[in-house]
Design a protein around this ligand. Structure first.
Ligand SMILES: *[C@@H]1O[C@H](CO)[C@@H](O)[C@H](O)[C@H]1NC(C)=O
Ligand SMILES: *[C@@H]1O[C@H](CO)[C@@H](O)[C@H](O)[C@H]1NC(C)=O
Ligand SMILES: *[C@@H]1O[C@H](CO)[C@@H](O)[C@H](O)[C@H]1NC(C)=O
Ligand SMILES: *[C@@H]1O[C@H](CO)[C@@H](O)[C@H](O)[C@H]1NC(C)=O
Length: 478
């Protein structure tokens, strides 16, 4: 089998010089349906929870430790895609629809590209019987390779490389590693996954509008990635909001009860109307991202995230004691809270989760017993065993959890957004807090608000006013 690098190089050279470069246009309000990615079917409910918990922990370690990457950390890691939400975007002329994972934690959008696309240890496609949807640049009259002198090439390569190609005589057509004409391939390597390809300029067709000259990664090889591509909605020049010049975008994530129901979807809205207080949307300002100047450390990877000011967490009306260093991003980039559509279960560092778990255990003392057996099986904690009578009644009251944000906004989570029912039989029935932790990965955000906690919330990223808005609502068909 051909090596990924030789595929890349043959791809690069077969496209070299065939494509001229092109220009851009602006966009208006656009609404796109948002589908849940189907979950890989797990016969055991505990296993399913454990799979989601594992994926969330791996994702957290990637977001917290982007420097473990060997190459530029400008695309996300999805060791398992289950737990994500996908949207379909149409690239090329004529348009080809490609499913992409909605990801506010990364900035470069990339799509599986060419018939020779290889995806090892990747999630199975939404329709396991069907092929993975790949983009075919040869079938698009608007596909262009991005040139090495194009400033967009610096999104995936160092300025050192760009200065090298600037020094090449402009009349020299022969691409080589010394004198690249087109932007050299990207190879993005993460802790346990990767994707590689070339940067294209393409048309992105949205209802009623077309953005020409949209820079998108055309991946020919991936390892441990979702079945489709990634839609980068984070901060930074390559991101969809930046390339399209969006003033705001919003999404509404349908309940996971519709996991395998292709008929139901929420939506992503690009540049929708501005929300007013009359819309019952609560706002909290985005915090400034940790700045490298303060510490001299390279925190550029954290510049992609949306930081919010989580002030306190209450459980059953009582404030949980959390070290303040966890809640405020420090100059070294550790601590603070980000909101991420690509993480399933919310991540909390042990110093946050332990007091939160203790608060639930305290409040439930005498009513429910903790089950370490279930905790081990589900990869979550705390889990509480349900006595047969409670499980049969299918009715259960648990302490309310509220997230209190800077500016007074409160996220009063519905129970199904922070507890999951688990169990293989009535005898092993349990409830588990759907928050994950690890042994304490140093550095990076201390809290990552995942999509499980955002179900049936309208979430608006108001980039013009630098604030996050949210409102509880049913997301079906909205
Ligand atoms: C989760 O990860 C642990 C170790 O990291 C592993 O033992 C377990 O099998 C994984 N579970 C699932 C469902 O992937
Ligand atoms: C470079 O390419 C142009 C147009 O493709 C061609 O006209 C020119 O002869 C080429 N120059 C060299 C040195 O190959
Ligand atoms: C064109 O680039 C190649 C590869 O770096 C180099 O060997 C060659 O000398 C260059 N030609 C000119 C005319 O600069
Ligand atoms: C909790 O565990 C104790 C000791 O095993 C047991 O006596 C009690 O009935 C359990 N309580 C519930 C609510 O299951």
């Amino acid at each position: 089998m051909a090596s990924p690098l030789s595929i890349l190089l043959s791809l690069l050279f077969s496209y070299s010089l065939f494509f001229p470069l092109s220009s851009s246009a602006s966009l208006g309000p656009v609404s796109l349906p948002l589908h849940r990615l189907s979950l890989a079917p797990h016969p055991e409910p505990f296993q399913r929870l454990a799979g989601l918990a594992n994926a969330s922990v791996l994702r957290a370690s990637r977001l917290k430790n982007p420097k473990s990457a060997v190459h530029p950390t400008r695309a996300p890691l999805f060791p398992h895609s289950y737990g994500g939400y996908s949207l379909s975007l149409a690239f090329g002329t004529p348009p080809q629809n490609i499913p992409l994972l909605l990801d506010t934690g990364s900035q470069l959008t990339w799509i599986p590209c060419t018939t020779s696309y290889q995806c090892r240890r990747c999630a199975s496609p939404a329709n396991p019987a069907g092929p993975t949807a790949v983009f075919l640049p040869k079938s698009s009259s608007s596909a262009r390779l991005i040139g090495c002198r194009n400033p967009k090439c610096s999104w995936i390569h160092s300025s050192e490389l760009l200065s090298r190609c600037k020094d090449c005589p402009s009349t020299n057509n022969s691409s080589s590693s010394d004198c690249p004409v087109v932007c050299p391939p990207y190879v993005l390597i993460y802790g346990s996954g990767s994707t590689a390809g070339v940067l294209l300029s393409e048309s992105l067709s949205l209802p009623g509008r077309t953005a020409t000259d949209f820079a998108v990664g055309c991946s020919v090889y991936s390892d441990r990635q979702p079945a489709g591509g990634i839609a980068g909605f984070g901060r930074g020049s390559p991101s969809i909001p930046a390339q399209l010049g969006l003033k705001r975008f919003s999404y509404c994530l349908i309940s996971r009860r519709f996991d395998d129901d292709a008929a139901e979807s929420g939506s992503v809205v690009l540049d929708g109307a501005r929300d007013s207080s009359a819309d019952a949307v609560s706002f909290t300002p985005f915090l400034k991202n940790p700045s490298p100047s303060a510490s001299g450390a390279d925190l550029s990877a954290f510049s992609v995230y949306y930081y919010v000011g989580l002030r306190k967490i209450t459980v059953g009306g009582k404030k949980v004691k959390i070290p303040s260093s966890m809640l405020v991003p420090g100059p070294d980039g550790s601590g603070g809270t980000i909101v991420d559509s690509g993480t399933t279960f919310t991540y909390m560092e042990p110093a946050v989760l332990e007091p939160v778990a203790a608060a639930f255990t305290d409040r439930l003392a005498g009513r429910l017993n903790r089950s370490t057996t279930v905790e081990r099986l589900a990869g979550l904690r705390p889990c509480f065993a349900l006595p047969a009578a409670v499980a049969a009644a299918k009715k259960l009251e648990l302490p309310e959890m509220v997230l209190h944000f800077k500016g007074g906004a409160e996220m009063r989570l519905p129970l199904e957004n922070y507890f999951a029912f688990a169990g293989e039989s009535r005898k092993t029935a349990a409830v588990c807090l759907t928050v994950v932790s690890d042994s304490g990965v140093a550095g990076g955000p201390a809290i990552i608000l995942g999509n499980f906690q955002q179900q049936n919330y309208y979430m608006v990223y108001d980039l013009e006013r630098e604030r996050l808005g949210f409102r509880r609502q049913s997301c079906i068909g909205s």
